[in-house]
Ligand binder design. Structure first.
Ligand code: COA
Length: 153
């Protein structure tokens, strides 16, 4: 059971000035983190890049790309010290609401097969596993498969 979040998170668009703080989180929580260039390109290319804050502290972020009625969830991350408090579920709820506003009919994403926690988060939010992309991710042992998940809106 998650701990309760006492204050509601605040959301705003990510900007280049956030990238040092974002990368400080990213480098800790992923074995193969996004680079500064990946985030900078997302900001400038029209992806939706969101910052989640609690009491002014950057606790999480998400990146989505919407087109042709579908939203691709590219990055969903919670700072290590804030994990397992319900914030991932809350950030996913926020991203889902934004996708609905953009008239997306579905959200889809890839997740490492080994990422059991994230898969549980998504399945708990109503996503279903619809496919497998073999060797989609780099890993320390060659490549790792991705599960493809979809949420119909
Ligand atoms: C995956 C991630 C976003 C989850 O965020 P979080 O704030 O820790 O998750 P929540 O506290 O909102 O958990 C919601 C549910 O997800 C599942 N879950 C999340 N983390 C889990 C873990 N480590 N182990 C098992 N289940 C987990 C649980 O079902 C949980 O519900 P519960 O606490 O009532 O059991 C976060 O752990 C993270 O940023 N991880 C590193 C980056 C990453 O893997 N991102 C996803 C890439 S696809």
């Amino acid at each position: 059971m998650s701990a309760q979040i006492e204050n509601l998170p605040q959301y705003r668009a990510m900007c280049v000035a956030d990238l040092a703080a974002v990368l400080a989180i990213e480098d800790v929580i992923y074995t193969h983190p996004w680079t500064r260039g990946n985030f900078a390109d997302s900001i400038t290319s029209g992806s939706h890049c969101w910052i989640m804050e609690l009491g002014g502290e950057l606790t999480g972020y998400a990146v989505t790309m919407t087109g042709a009625g579908e939203t691709h969830l590219l990055n969903l991350s919670i700072a290590l010290s804030w994990q397992r408090c319900g914030l991932g579920r809350e950030l996913l709820r926020f991203v889902t609401a934004r996708a609905r506003e953009l008239k997306s009919t579905k959200i889809f994403l890839e997740v490492r097969v080994s990422n059991i926690g994230a898969r549980k988060l998504y399945l708990g939010a109503g996503f279903r596993e619809i496919g497998l992309r073999r060797g989609y991710y780099p890993s320390h042992h060659g490549r790792e498969d991705a599960r493809v998940l979809e949420l119909l809106l």
